[in-house]
Write a new protein. Sequence first.
Length: 106
Amino acid sequence: MKLQNILMLLIITTILITGVAKADNYNESVINHVITQKLQNNDMDHEGVTKAEFKRQAHGFTLGLLSLVFIDKPQLLDGVSAWTRQSSDKMYKCSLQGDYKNKDCR
């Protein structure tokens, strides 16, 4: 019971801290759901809610980091684009060779 209370407090604190600048429907609905389940004394998978919230936060952080990297460093994007084109060309050329495969396609 004490672990559940700690997890619930952690979830609510995380949601409140991350949602201070922008209160959207997702945060409000998660908070309302957790509080409702706690008041009704229903069993709830607090660990699952915590994991889902952590994954959502990590995904948002990753997207923000990627946008910063590619905005500030366009040469990185050019390098990735060139590498992707070369890889797809090689895969296409190797698929056209049939039974005979040259040294790059073996």
